[in-house]
Design a protein around this ligand. Structure first.
Ligand code: NAD
Length: 475
């Protein structure tokens, strides 16, 4: 049997049914969930070198340190956090009944929903598969995962890891591309989480609709960084360089474009170029710079640069252009490139870039900068750089993104206490920590009626005292 072969429609249906039947027969209790998470953590830790090798091979080259930070560290931290807080998250919470229903008692019980489907993308292929899986398992569900076809070695690694940790009727992995994804999204899940593009997110939601499967959509968008006049450009440049060029820009919450006050635009560009040279030196020989995932993505990004040059825009490539022609991992090196002052019709401003190209736009007033962002779809992330509370308030009042890091980039993703998710075209729903646990739980309201209850009196015939009492209650 070829373990990398596409999962067939019949297998998808049968596996989903097996997961559901097993869950119905025995919902994982708290001890089971904790034991599962501990086993997952141990197995994961032992398999980090194999994970690193798989991701590196899938990307052609990917920085080992980026793998350690953005895949291993975040997943292990998410498991540790769930283990530390699970009992409290799962505890029934008392709810007030109000005097009209007294002496009844009420509580909200977070209970698992059943089988959770997870469709994950290629850009952080382990993180974006396992972080939601950890939450879904913590909440007591069974999970069916379909990782991306664009990272086949990592997807096979995930399948082996999860098969080692979980019985096949508690967690299963399907393999395949858009066709398998479309059938998967149409399975009658109790909750479906999709991470990927806005365009595919629409299809996933439509496929889930006939089953009335609730969906959480983690989508993309153009995340802006806005540098206000009071913030030092050098510091902004350094932090934006991390938010832009980690994973060669293939990051959903990565900085898509920068708005900087006009007087300091050139100083900002110079600071970014200096920062890039200090970070990557000889870029082709740098082990710290990641490749573009495949030829199609490389061609898309190259097309944006061709468009910028054809428009006569200033294109700054501190390390030169991409090595020409080759479609292998050497050719898939796309060096950091800046595009200065693209208009709204330039390709780099019409699409989510999702690569190592940084448009730099200047503004003359903060209202102009806010207006530019407002004319684009609501982004997944927003990065204001300012210590001026009034300017920050204007930005936060004027723009509604999925999440915000002020004076830095990306960091809000890793903070357990913050819900992570988009809005409108950048997604719906939220995950991470307690928020992920709640997303994959039903908040079951349970009311216990007392032996003597006032509501026993409320029944026809509505005359005399009963009539007066109801009129009084309704005041
Ligand atoms: P994609 O939308 O092309 O693919 C994602 C997954 O969907 C793949 O596994 C694919 O097999 C599957 N798929 C394709 N067609 C499908 C269909 N009709 N039905 C069901 N599934 C289908 O995205 P991608 O290229 O893998 O990832 C890049 C995008 O993901 C970017 O837009 C990025 O911003 C976004 N993203 C968002 C987050 C987030 O947390 N919000 C994280 C990472 C990436």
């Amino acid at each position: 049997m070829d373990i990398t072969a596409d999962t067939t429609p019949d297998e998808l249906v049968a596996t989903h049914r097996a997961l559901r039947t097993a869950w119905q027969a025995r919902r994982p209790d708290l001890d089971q969930r904790r034991a599962d998470l501990k086993r997952l953590r141990d197995a994961f830790r032992a398999q980090v070198p194999a994970m690193d090798a798989a991701i590196r091979a899938d990307f052609g080259h990917r920085s080992e340190h980026e793998n350690l930070i953005s895949e291993a560290m975040v997943v292990i931290a998410e498991i540790d956090h769930a283990l530390a807080h699970l009992r409290r998250w799962a505890r029934p919470r008392r709810a007030a009944v109000g005097w009209r229903f007294w002496p009844a008692r009420a509580q909200v019980r977070p209970v698992p929903v059943g089988v959770v489907g997870i469709l994950s993308p290629w850009n952080y292929p382990v993180n974006l598969a396992l972080m939601p899986l950890v939450s879904a398992i913590a909440a007591g569900n069974h999970v069916y995962l379909k990782p991306s076809e664009h990272t086949p070695r990592t997807s096979a690694w995930l399948r082996e890891l999860l098969a080692e940790v979980f019985p096949a009727d508690r967690v299963a992995v399907a393999l395949g591309g858009p066709g398998v994804g479309a059938t998967f999204a149409g399975l009658p899940f109790d909750h479906l989480l999709f991470t990927g593009s806005t365009a595919v997110g629409r299809k996933v939601m439509a496929a889930a609709a006939p089953n009335l499967t609730p969906v959480t959509l983690e989508l993309g968008g153009k995340a802006p960084a806005v540098i206000c006049p009071d913030f030092p450009v050098d510091k902004a440049a350094a932090r934006i360089a991390t938010g832009k060029w980690i994973n060669a820009g293939q990051t959903c919450i990565g900085v898509d474009y920068v708005l900087v006050d006009a007087a300091r635009r050139d100083a900002f560009v110079d600071a970014v170029v200096a920062e890039l040279r200090a970070r990557y030196g000889d870029i082709a020989g740098s082990l710290d710079y990641t490749r573009i995932i495949n030829e199609a993505q490389h061609a898309r990004l190259q097309g944006y640069l061709d468009d910028a040059r054809a428009r006569g825009l200033q294109v700054i490539a501190p390390f030169g252009a991409s090595p020409a022609g080759a479609a292998d991992e050497v050719g898939r090196l796309l060096p950091p490139t800046l595009v200065i002052e693209p208009g709204p019709d330039a390709e780099v401003m019409r699409h989510e870039i999702f690569g190592p190209i940084l448009p730099v736009l200047s503004y003359t007033s903060l209202d102009d900068a806010i207006g530019i962002i407002q004319r684009l779809p609501r982004p997944l992330a927003l990065y204001p750089f300012t210590r001026d509370e009034a300017d920050l308030a204007r930005i936060l009042d004027g723009i509604l993104p999925g999440g915000v890091t002020v004076n830095d980039t990306l960091v809000h993703f890793g903070v357990h206490g913050l819900p992570f998710g988009g809005i409108g075209p950048s997604g719906m729903g939220q995950i991470h920590g307690r928020h992920g646990f709640d997303t994959f739980s039903k908040q079951l309201p349970v009311l216990r009626q007392a032996h003597w209850a006032g509501s026993d009196l409320i029944k026809p015939p509505y005359t005399g005292k009963i009539d007066r009492m109801i009129r009084w209650l309704a005041k």
